[in-house]
Design a protein around this ligand. Structure first.
Ligand code: GSF
Length: 206
């Protein structure tokens, strides 16, 4: 008996949020298994040897990671709510936006982890290096968005989902980074996205 598809993830991860939003926008039904990889009793390593969330479990039990692979899979299994163009050039442009947004999340997550270490063991230069990546990434996002309604122009797509998850993660974990003031166009884009039910339903908690 095939099982229901499952998403294993935490309620704070921007990468998990990206998958939750894509699944919701494409009406893909699945069971959310909440598991924080940092917890001692986390079962994530049983599904992903890299120990990271999100992990997607298909009906036949086969697992998928990372978030970029999972969203490609979701685009393939559900014929509605296309979020990834089929033609190479526009598709690559969307994946580049996703790489930029995910890269900001990677750098921010490294700061979050470093700040959980005892104060005396934290490396301020390492933190400063990661925060420079976040700031430079935000500037490129803002420059590339310009005054368009959505990241790639006319229509909402995966690029906007990834950017929205990155901005929402910064708002949640790094309130001291005032991206809304330095990049008003990103602020308008984020508020536009927050009107969508999939974004409302996945605001980071905890
Ligand atoms: C990144 C996932 C990730 O870093 C993806 O899915 O796109 N390239 C991957 N997940 C973090 C949680 S969070 O910061 O979003 C994670 O699971 N970290 C646990 C660990 O052991 O690094």
């Amino acid at each position: 008996m095939p099982q229901k598809m499952q998403l294993i993830g935490s309620l704070t991860s921007p990468f998990v949020r990206k998958v939750r939003i894509v699944a919701a926008e494409k009406f893909v039904d699945y069971e959310l298994i909440v598991d924080t990889p940092w917890n001692e009793d986390s079962r994530v390593p049983e599904f992903n040897p890299l120990g990271k969330v999100p992990v997607w479990v298909q009906e036949d039990g086969k697992t998928l990671f990372d978030s970029r692979v999972i969203v490609e899979y979701l685009e393939h299994v559900s014929p509605v709510g296309h979020l990834l163009p089929k033609d190479a050039r526009p598709r690559i442009a969307v994946k580049r936006w996703e790489a930029l947004a995910d890269g900001i999340c990677d750098a921010a997550a490294l700061v979050f982890v470093e700040r959980k270490r005892p104060a005396g063991k934290q490396d301020p230069e390492w933190i400063a290096r990661q925060l420079r990546k976040v700031e430079a990434g935000l500037k490129m996002m803002s420059d590339d968005l310009g005054q368009q309604n959505w990241c790639t122009g006319e229509f909402f797509c995966l690029a906007d989902v990834a950017v929205g998850c990155a901005l929402g993660y910064l708002e949640f974990r790094f309130p001291e980074i005032d991206w809304r003031r330095t990049h008003p166009n990103l602020s308008e884009l984020f508020d536009r996205m927050m009107q969508r039910q999939a974004f409302k339903d996945t605001v980071p908690v905890g």
